[in-house]
Structure formats: C-alpha cells, structure tokens
Design a protein. Structure first.
Length: 95
C-alpha cells in the first residue's frame, strides 16, 4: 500500500485467534497467529481526510484500481506460482 493510491493506517502486530463453532456448537480456536491491528484513531483521521477531500480520494482510488488491474492478474499469479515451484523443486533435487 502506497500513499499515492491508498490511505495506509498505522498498525501494530498482535496475537490473534480465529474462532469457529464446532459440530457440538461450542466455540474453539481454529487458528492462532499474528495480525496487523490498526490504530482506530488513525483510521478515523483517514476517514475524515477522505470525507473532506473526496475528489482527491476518488483520484487515488482510480490510481489504485489501475495498479491492481495491471499487476494482479490470474496470468501473473500463475507465472509467479510456477517460479516459486521451480525454485523449491530445484532445491529439493539438490538436497
């Protein structure tokens, strides 16, 4: 996320748990790990910034959409996956 096409918010990493309901209807931990926890006050500041500068926010959004649509296609994702698989398959053969 770059400021030229988004509104990044301050965050810190913190422990998070994903909870699910099991077959017995009880809640249990499905996954534990770290996640980015946004600073709520900074998020609110960003929202006010967008509200008072909406035309600029629309332009940023269009730049962001152009970036996403040009860099994150299924073809590019597939090419990247093949590169990763090739890299690790060569390492496995060498070991």
């Amino acid at each position: 996320m770059k400021p030229k096409w988004s509104y990044p918010a301050r965050y810190k990493l913190g422990a998070q748990k994903s909870l699910i309901q099991n077959e017995e209807g009880e809640t249990e931990v499905d996954h534990e790990g770290n996640a980015a926890i946004a600073d709520p006050m900074h998020v609110a500041e960003r929202m006010v910034e967008i509200m008072w500068n909406y035309d600029r926010a629309l332009r940023k959004g269009r730049r962001g959409a152009t970036h996403i649509h040009s860099r994150f296609t299924w073809d590019i994702a597939g090419e990247n996956l093949v590169k990763i698989l090739n890299k690790y398959s060569r390492q496995a053969v060498a070991a």
